[in-house]
Design a protein around this ligand. Structure first.
Ligand SMILES: Cc1ncc(COP(=O)(O)O)c(C=O)c1O
Length: 407
């Protein structure tokens, strides 16, 4: 490997949400919560950023831009960024879009909040599949809209699949106007097949829905997988918005720059009029470098993550066989069914924080619904850290079982 994914990097004192913000995010409802671990002692397997350094090519590009020393008002006035990003889409997805459709927001969440507000009126509803990233719900609630949820179900091979009868029935309701679709899917790790996307596209088309295709995880795939943008399946559908970003694959969430591809001109104008138009010069340098020079790093990241997933599957099979990790085709997030392992623990994140010193997410309160009894483990970390986290999880379960037998 050319790049070192085994390096442990100290994030303390960098104002990172991962290190310093976990109490509010995971345990928001517990004021003054105390743990038998100091903040330093936790293994952090929660929020979807990575314990890896970003690609050195990106760091160099940020430094080169910093060396220009002036950081005045900035925007994109040449087409170098568009060329970098559209070539990336061409190379990875064999898909493209015209330059004028590209809009920027300070993150995909910011786009969701904005778009749900723009696309719905009072009394209208937003549709999504659950379990879901919690900000799909927050985006609806922020705009005082109801989120209509269609639960994914498991097929005979244990894959999460769409319940078509349920989805079709919910999509038909006259007050449902927008669908937020996670492609590929966090937290279940599904890459939707061409057949599934085609069937979904006909549900959307038949009901004239707006669709926000959140494709933020599209670059982090298992090595043998390919992502299909929904825009490729629906090339002429004007009511489609695609959200992409370099933030997940290149660990750039804090740079706050995401690509929102909006086909409909009037919607684009509304978004332009609401969003601050200026951009961060260091973010442009970073994201452009990711698309221009980050491919080789990404390929190595993917193989490191594939090996981390294999490590997790083997560990669970040997040490915690009652818990079932879903085979993740995408993301660095393992979605694990703990219902047969800890059936009487209601708050799994709290249990593992207190008993194992491991920070993780799970359950309906963090994933909207259809998520009770599941945990999500972030595996984007050096293998030694991953091994320690898993060991602690196994020990906490073993101790709990022993204690239950004694009682
Ligand atoms: C599906 C999905 N959308 C959006 C986000 C966050 O996007 P951003 O950081 O660009 O606001 C996440 C982060 O985990 C996510 O999983």
């Amino acid at each position: 490997m050319k790049y070192n994914f085994d390096e442990i990097i100290d994030r303390k004192g960098t104002n990172s949400m991962n290190v310093e913000g976990f109490k509010g995010y995971i345990f928001g409802a517990y004021p003054g919560i105390e743990f038998p671990y100091t903040d330093d002692e936790f293994i952090r397997m929660w929020v979807a950023d990575m314990e890896f350094a970003t690609a050195p090519e990106i760091v160099d590009a940020i430094k080169a831009r910093a060396d220009r020393r002036i950081f005045g008002y900035t925007n994109l006035y040449d087409d170098r960024y568009y060329k970098a990003f559209s070539s990336w889409c061409e190379r990875l997805y064999n898909w493209n879009f015209p330059q004028e459709q590209l809009v920027f927001t300070l993150g995909v969440v910011a786009a969701l909040y904005e778009l749900v507000g723009d696309l719905t009126s009072e009394g209208e509803k937003v549709l999504t599949l659950i379990p879901a990233y919690s900000y799909f719900l927050h985006a609806a609630e922020h705009n005082q809209r109801e989120l209509v949820c269609s639960p994914l179900k498991k097929d005979s091979e244990g894959r999460f699949v769409i319940d078509w009868n349920d989805l079709e029935q919910k999509a038909t309701a006259p007050d449902v106007k927008v669908m937020i679709f996670c492609n590929p899917h966090n937290p279940t790790g599904r890459i939707w097949t061409e057949d599934e996307l085609t069937r979904l596209s006909s549900v959307i088309r038949k009901n004239g829905l707006w669709v926000i295709s959140d494709e933020i995880h599209c670059d982090v795939l298992r090595c043998n997988k390919r992502h299909i943008p929904l825009g490729k399946i629906m090339p002429d559908y004007q009511k489609l918005i695609t959200c992409m970003s370099a933030s997940k694959a290149f660990n750039l969430a804090g740079m706050m720059m995401s690509n929102i591809i909006i086909r409909d001109e009037s919607l684009r104008n509304i978004v332009h009029s609401h969003e601050t138009c200026d951009m961060n010069p260091l973010s442009i340098a970073a994201v452009q470098a990711a698309y221009e020079k980050g491919y080789e790093w990404l390929i190595e990241l993917r193989s490191y993550l594939d090996a981390n997933f294999e490590y997790v599957y083997k560990f669970f099979a040997e040490r915690i066989p009652t818990a079932v990790p879903t085979k993740a085709e995408t993301t660095y997030l393992a979605w694990i069914d703990m219902r047969n392992t800890l059936p009487d623990i209601r708050d799994l994140p709290l249990f593992f924080a207190q008993k194992a010193g491991v920070l993780l997410e799970g359950g309906d309160s963090l994933f909207v619904g259809n998520a009770e009894g599941f945990i999500r483990l972030n595996l984007a970390m050096p293998r030694s850290m991953l091994a320690e986290g898993l060991e602690r999880i196994a020990m906490a379960i073993e101790n709990y079982k022993k204690q239950s037998v004694r009682e």
